[in-house]
Design a protein around this ligand. Structure first.
Ligand code: AMP
Length: 276
């Protein structure tokens, strides 16, 4: 990859990187298409990163569909797929962690304490390896976008992080590799996550107290068939500071977003929408 990138740079070409864990779907491909529109060369990385999974999470079950992924990338015309081995990313004796404070404490950082340090570590490695001008991430993982942007700025990595809007099924469910775990009953319940978040955002923008709206949303998700709601939160869109106690006037004078994570069986789904 370094040799290819050096040759592209020599020719004055701009370079994009799209980090993924594979099992590529239309959400991933939207990132690749955005990268290909903006830059001369697009690298897609595929690496199921063990350090961002918790002990009881789905690392072993995570879908791996490399041949299909490569066919999709070839069809789009991406320039390079980088699929490093575990031993290449984490050689024996690997001992360095990248930890971003503040942004990682709330939302998904709460229930998945080591997750964002795993993400920041692997993405900083991928950024340093790829030496790209721009990196494309999905807004579906909004907190992750902010964390990797902060990490790149703080470590002086000159890769600009670009956020791409969430790609959804016709019924609103955000595309995710984890949707493959859902059975038919769970799949039918899943779109409630986006529907309820949209309603939470609308009610908060309309002046309702955040705490009351959050209580309503949790009850609504449970009624729709979700087995557990990890969180619903309304946060400042730039700092992720929770606005749970604030009323709408405080929310609307700076951009805010509504976030949720909830389980159908053991499958954990996340989503987020803008307020106002
Ligand atoms: P993953 O393979 O789940 O690690 O995701 C790789 C990248 O694709 C991340 O930047 C995700 O935010 C992004 N992504 C995943 N699902 C979607 C989606 N439905 N719409 C847009 N981007 C997505």
């Amino acid at each position: 990859m370094r040799a290819r990138v050096a040759a592209w740079r020599e020719a004055g070409e701009s370079i994009a990187v799209v980090p993924t864990m594979g099992a590529l779907h239309a959400g991933h491909l939207a990132l690749v298409e955005a990268a290909m529109r903006d830059c001369d060369r697009t690298i897609v990385t595929i690496f199921v990163n063990p350090t961002q999974f918790g002990e009881n999470e789905d690392l072993d079950a995570y879908p791996r569909t490399e041949d299909g992924d490569l066919a999709k990338l070839a069809e789009l015309g991406a320039d390079l797929a980088f699929i490093p081995a575990l031993s290449e990313m984490y050689p024996h004796g690997f001992s360095t962690q990248v930890t971003v404070s503040g942004l990682t404490e709330g939302l998904c950082g709460h229930g998945r304490p080591a997750h964002f340090s795993g993400v920041a570590t692997v993405v900083s490695k991928l950024f340093i390896q790829a030496q790209a001008d721009r990196a494309y991430f999905g807004e579906k993982d909004y907190q992750q976008c902010l964390v990797v942007r902060r990490m790149a700025r703080d470590l002086d990595i000159p890769t600009e992080v670009v956020a791409v809007p969430t790609v959804r099924e016709a019924d609103g469910l955000a595309l995710s590799s984890r949707n493959a775990y859902l059975d038919a009953v769970q799949r039918a319940a899943a779109p409630a996550l986006y529907r309820v978040l949209g309603e939470v955002a609308k009610r908060v923008a309309g002046g309702a107290a955040v705490a009351e709206v959050v209580d309503w949303g949790v009850a609504e998700l449970e009624a729709a068939g979700f087995d557990k709601v990890d969180y619903i939160d309304v946060c400042d869109a730039a700092t992720l500071e929770p606005l749970a106690e604030a009323r709408a006037e405080a929310v609307t004078d700076r951009p805010a977003r509504a976030f949720a994570a909830a389980l159908l069986g053991t499958t954990r789904l996340i989503d987020n929408v803008a307020v106002g």
